[in-house]
Ligand binder design. Sequence first.
Ligand SMILES: C[S@@+](CC[C@H](N)C(=O)[O-])C[C@H]1O[C@@H](n2cnc3c(N)ncnc32)[C@H](O)[C@@H]1O
Length: 279
Amino acid sequence: MTNKPKPKTYGKKRPVERIGVEDRKIMDSTWGYIGNAERFAETYVLDLKLEPMSFLINSKNPKEQVFIAGPGMGEEIKLLKNYVKSKSGPELDVETFALTNNLSPEAKKQIKKDYSLGFALDHTDLRDPQQLRLFKKFEKKFKLIMATKSTSFHTQYPEYSSFLLATTLKSGGRAYLEILNSDSIRFHSRVLLEKRKEETDPQRIQRIDDVLNDSRKLLLRLKKIDAVILRMLSSYYKKPLEEIKKEFNIKQISGEVTYPVFFDHIERFNSTYIVIDRK
Ligand SMILES: C[S@@+](CC[C@H](N)C(=O)[O-])C[C@H]1O[C@@H](n2cnc3c(N)ncnc32)[C@H](O)[C@@H]1O
């Protein structure tokens, strides 16, 4: 009898991101990153120089599918649809996915479907039949994916979230996925080190140490994030890396907006976007 090799599996249970989701879910109510109309101006207009809209307007199709991952209130959705319509671009079917459901009543009217299941994208386990079904449904579906300060940002595993979203791009589709910027991580670590000096509660000290440790690991991994996403795609599609590199092009672009945030410090926050194009 021959020993069959174990099939490769995708996805695994991971701890909830320690820097982000848990704290930021609470902080979102006081932060500016809540998917309000100003965020459309900051991200689509200032950071991305109207590129997502131009990309859609250039489409020859009368209708296109758009995926907004982590929309928060989702005020961008109406603005995006109206802008593209005003330039005679395609009609947009918008679908959303988020950990927390904060969509405003107006945003709910603008979308076709919200797929939020109450779990973080990076917790997706493709061995779970319900989650696998969802991703099979999304496979090669979207012309444009937008994830600003969301699924590839509030996570220790931006490469996994980005890989999952890349599988949902249709041929000729494009994703803009905002990730934590190395400068910002270094800045936050310095702030935390200062806080640690004043801290006396052992539990809080442990928590700061955990976050610093996660940040160090993430900093190292961010250096090769593009290559890792491509390797994940190669493994998922069982195609040689060279073939995957022809199908998926990944580049990084930086945004320029300054945000005043975090523990009373004013920070120059140069954002970074992973841009994935699928042939
Ligand atoms: C800070 S708000 C950002 C809202 C908006 N995109 C913006 O840029 O203002 C984060 C959004 O992403 C979602 N989110 C954060 N981390 C996530 C994760 N790991 N998986 C799925 N959704 C996540 C939250 O539920 C929320 O909708």
